[in-house]
Design a protein around this ligand. Structure first.
Ligand code: NAG
Ligand code: NAG
Length: 274
């Protein structure tokens, strides 16, 4: 029971950690270093009587009361209360919050958003390798420091919608005629395209299986011919032996017959002698 409770606890805890991690990952706004960004808080009836407070990671970055800005620059504030962030840095990331209070101290409107700072993607290098073994050309879209970047591919200026990985394999049989490839990397704030590459793979060689087959056929033919030759030699040798044995037997038979007739005759003559 205790074990079950512990397991359940771990599951709930890991679920909670996952949830908080997911919350941290969700960004409402994305920007690159050096960029300017307007935080989208809008209150059309903004008046001098309102109190407006902007915070970044709970630090007050703008405070306006009775139409007087005591924290921050008044020129960064729009007529509707939105705030412009200029020359963004990595430290500009984090949580931004706007709070607008009515003259009587109640909350009129608030806004919270998380800003994520990102690197601009760098230009990808597109390279290819012809692979006659698998009958394909393998393309590789290389970037120096790929983070969670998205890849896309264009074949003859048309986007291959299903290809989103850094590598692409196209069968050489499909590569009829001139084909041009480009790959692109993108993140939420920028996109870069590679130079165009026209793979020059020699016309698809005969499928390797046929190569194997012809070799095998030659080997089998050679082997077969050898076997047949061997069989012929054996047959010839056997025939010669057989003929020899036959002749020998006939000769012996003839000899025996002669002996027999001699024997037959001999007794007569012997009889005559005795
Ligand atoms: C604000 O918090 C974020 C993380 O949530 C951090 O990346 C950023 O550097 C912080 N900035 C300041 C100025 O505290
Ligand atoms: C405070 O002021 C707002 C608008 O100015 C009004 O809608 C709201 O009812 C007021 N609340 C109180 C408690 O006076």
């Amino acid at each position: 029971m205790a074990r079950f409770a512990a397991t359940l606890g771990v599951i709930i805890l890991s679920g909670f950690i996952n949830l908080t991690a997911a919350n941290k990952d969700t960004c409402d706004l994305h920007a690159v270093v050096g960029q300017s960004l307007t935080l989208p808080f809008v209150y059309e009836e903004l008046a001098n009587s309102h109190v407006l407070r902007w915070t970044h990671n709970s630090t007050i970055i703008l405070y306006r009361q009775q139409g007087k800005v005591s924290v921050g620059k008044p020129e960064d504030l729009s007529a509707t209360g939105s705030l412009v962030l200029k020359n963004l840095q990595f430290s500009s990331a984090g949580e931004y919050q706007a709070k607008l209070l009515n003259p009587n101290g109640t909350l009129a409107k608030s806004w919270t958003g998380r800003l994520c700072m990102m690197d601009k993607v760098s230009k990808p290098q597109l390279a290819y390798i012809c692979d006659p073994k698998s009958g394909a050309v393998n393309l590789n879209c290389h970037v120096a420091n790929p983070q969670s970047w998205m890849f896309s591919w264009m074949l003859n200026e048309k986007t291959l919608t299903s290809e989103t990985r850094p590598t692409l394999s196209i069968s050489l049989a499909q590569l009829k005629g001139e084909m041009s490839f480009t790959c692109s990397v993108a993140n939420k704030v920028s996109k870069e395209k590679s130079d165009t590459v026209r793979p020059n793979c020699k016309s698809p060689p005969p499928p390797p299986t046929i190569c194997f087959k012809s070799k095998t056929v030659v080997a089998v033919l050679a082997g077969g011919a050898g076997l047949i030759l061997l069989l012929l030699i054996i047959i010839i040798v056997l025939c010669i032996c057989h003929i020899r044995i036959k002749t020998q037997m006939r000769r012996r038979d003839e000899g025996e017959m002669r002996m027999h007739s001699l024997n037959k005759r001999v007794p007569d003559s012997i009889k005559a002698l005795y």
